[in-house]
Design a protein. Structure first.
Length: 303
């Protein structure tokens, strides 16, 4: 008997379309041979210029006065807040000195406490004078830029030149009137640009500007009085001088805060709002806009 035939075994293998995938061979890392070399200097890369804001490189030779005023406003506001902090600390130092004067009437004071008080009064007073001068320069520069930008926007020329504004801030007596008048003129120009006032109307300061003007005049008067009081002799004169310096420093603190808020208010009128800083955009009013066009109503239309 012959054995039955044996069939060959067949195995089915499933492969993706296109045949089996080839295994990638791992590339061996090449040893570092140094930086790449080029036959000629490469043409790609950034230009050989330091980074500058667009304000520093005006296009078509035209400088935007509003943008320049915005840059000066940021510096002036920062300096004003620093001055307000130093003035508040100086106010505390003068008030502490006056309290020590009251305690010294009945008992002797510690030498350490007096040394700390003298050091605090002297240090804060010197820093306040330096910051006051520096902040005044920044604020005046911002005011000149803002006046030029506002006048350019409404197409007029400023009523008083820049040198009169600077001289009005420095000359005693005139600095009680000219700074307030210049701020009122700046506000008037900005409101004319917004359409809230007529172009030929007489500038009239708002309540915000009048409050700043009165605060500025009070600070100047008390500052001159405190400076002149230092030349008087006597225990009571020294005590009164401490009170005057404390009041002057408190007025400087409030004036710096109010001035920073006033500059920020003016810059909101001068510069368009940044959409990135607005949470919700809302139309409050439409001014100086032509009426929308309307189609003619045919005679055959029903009413």
């Amino acid at each position: 008997m012959t054995p039955p035939p044996q069939h060959d075994r067949m195995e089915w293998v499933a492969t993706p379309p296109g045949g089996p995938r080839r295994t990638r061979q791992r590339r061996r890392p090449r040893p570092y041979t140094g930086p790449p070399s080029y036959p000629a200097p490469p043409r790609w890369g950034f230009p050989l210029l330091a980074w500058r804001w667009p304000l520093a490189l005006p296009t078509n030779g035209r400088v935007d006065q509003a943008e320049r005023a915005g840059a000066k406003a940021a510096t002036a506001i920062a300096a004003l807040w620093v001055t307000a902090g130093v003035a508040a600390l100086a106010t505390f130092a003068e008030a502490w000195r006056y309290v020590l004067l009251l305690f010294s009437r009945g008992e002797a004071l510690s030498r350490t406490v007096l040394a700390i008080s003298d050091a605090l009064v002297g240090t804060t007073g010197l820093i306040l004078v330096l910051m006051g001068v520096l902040t005044g320069v920044f604020v005046v520069l911002w005011g000149l830029r803002a006046r030029a930008a506002a006048a350019e926007r409404i197409g007029v020329r400023s009523a008083r030149p820049d040198w009169q504004v600077v001289a009005g801030v420095l000359i005693p007596g005139a600095n009680l009137l000219i700074p307030g008048a210049a701020v009122a003129e700046l506000e008037h120009s900005l409101l004319v640009a917004e359409g809230d006032r007529e172009k030929g109307a007489r500038p009239w300061p708002s309540l915000r500007v009048r409050f700043w003007w009165a605060l500025w005049a009070a600070t100047v008067v008390v500052g001159l009085l405190a400076f002149g009081w230092t030349f008087r002799d006597g225990v009571q004169a020294l005590a009164d001088g401490v009170v005057l310096h404390a009041v002057n420093n408190a007025l400087v603190t409030v004036l710096a805060v109010v001035t920073a808020r006033l500059i920020d208010h003016f810059m909101r009128l001068l510069l368009p709002p940044d959409p990135a800083e607005l949470n919700r955009q809302r139309v409050h009013a439409v001014r100086a806009a032509p009426p929308p066009p309307r189609a003619a109503r045919p005679d055959t239309a029903r009413r």
